[in-house]
Design a protein around this ligand. Structure first.
Ligand code: AMP
Ligand code: ZN
Length: 139
């Protein structure tokens, strides 16, 4: 995609701190890191989101995520790693080229806001109804 910032990174028109690359994916450091080691993994073939991305690229990204998460564990010995991926402007996806975030939390680092929410007991009837509604759409 001509104007896509991540496609520009793939084409080498914009620099990045490259962490990993193979035939299908590129991983590089997020320049607004939520924590040390915050890494993005993107498909080389442009797709906006989980609905658009071909399964093959999705698998390549997740294969790479294991490799990179293992490297982060060895390199930084974090307390844990959040794996996060946003789809759509409604959930604050900003760059409309599919990307998987790997966000390590340092041993002595602050809680990551994305991994810290309050558990509130749900309404079981509502949970059941919604689960059935989604399940009935799976082909
Ligand atoms: P989001 O679309 O909300 O999942 O997040 C987009 C992410 O891309 C943000 O965390 C940005 O900091 C990151 N980002 C945007 N432009 C660049 C860039 N040129 N190099 C590295 N990371 C970037
Ligand atoms: Zn793109």
């Amino acid at each position: 995609m001509e104007d896509c910032i991540f496609c520009k990174i793939i084409r080498g028109e914009i620099p990045c701190f490259k962490i990993y690359e193979d035939d299908s994916v590129l991983a590089f450091a997020d320049i607004n890191p939520i924590s040390d080691g915050h890494t993005l993994i993107i498909p080389k073939r442009h797709a906006q989101n989980i609905w658009e991305i071909p399964e093959q690229d999705l698998m390549a990204i997740h294969r790479a995520s294991k490799k990179i998460a293992s490297a982060i564990k060895r390199a930084l010995n974090p307390a844990g790693i959040v794996v996060l991926q946003l789809n759509g402007r409604g959930v604050n996806q900003v760059v409309m080229h599919y990307h998987l975030h790997l966000m390590p939390r340092a041993q002595d680092g602050p809680e990551l806001p994305v991994s810290c929410w309050e558990l509130k007991k749900g309404d079981m009837d509502r949970i059941k109804e919604i689960s059935e509604k989604i399940s009935s759409e799976i082909s």
